[in-house]
Design a protein around this ligand. Sequence first.
Ligand SMILES: [Fe+2]
Ligand SMILES: [Fe+2]
Length: 295
Amino acid sequence: MFVLAHLSDPHLGPLPKPRLSELIGKRATGFLNWQRKRRFVHRGDVLARIVADLAAQAPDHIAVTGDLANISLAGEYAPARAWLESLGSPANVTLVPGNHDAYARRTARHAQRHWGEYMRGDDGDGFPFLRRRGPLALIGLSSALPTAPLMATGRLGPDQLQGLPAILDQCTNEGLCRVVLIHHPPVSKPSRHFKRLVDGAALCETLARHGAELVIHGHDHVHSLTFVEGPHRRIPVVGVPSASEAPPGKHDPAGYNLYRVDGGAGAWRTEVISRGISPDGANVIEIKRTVLSGS
Ligand SMILES: [Fe+2]
Ligand SMILES: [Fe+2]
């Protein structure tokens, strides 16, 4: 049995004091939004309770699917690195970036610079990357890129889409349980059109042809379970809420997932246990337990 913990979208605060030159364009509205609303939604004390509960479960590995930052100020990346280190070493924690980690063009490369060790495959830098951990193949994709104001879309681009099939096939040959990490969900509801993965259809086509055992993501800040077609069986796609959202709020209260993986090639048994802050905010509790594959 291998246990993978998954948390996402901590939107770490407090925001460092921005320089005036940093508050142009999209960052200006993002900063106002943070000051007026988001800093009351994403709370450090809530995140600390989630992380403490996660640590008590002693998972074998931790996946983080992005949005550590808020408006990509230069000063947001070093504190986020310290937070990553508090979770675990780069060998034990795997990260993919979110749209808030590449919010502004000027700091679009800061995530790689500060957090690169957590986003590095066994064979080096670049996306998609592959890390083998126990029976798992952790395959990291980056959907993070700067976008126009009011947009929170993501994109993989042709290079990642071209690189992904060979990795998926190789991991099948090695008998590994393939877990794809991405910030944006492959498919979004029409109401989230301006927050969608723009080349999600191409990703779904690749998954349909080459398969994967599990896709995990953040971005929507809610617990979710959907499926995309695979070559032999449907592939579970699981989203987690923000790890820091205080209840009551617009989204699900802060939470995280534990994936328990058992079995072997062609017969994986995967189960997801969702834990999170109770609606009254008093405790971290088990929200639900779902068998994703096998029996
Ligand atoms: Fe987010
Ligand atoms: Fe996001």
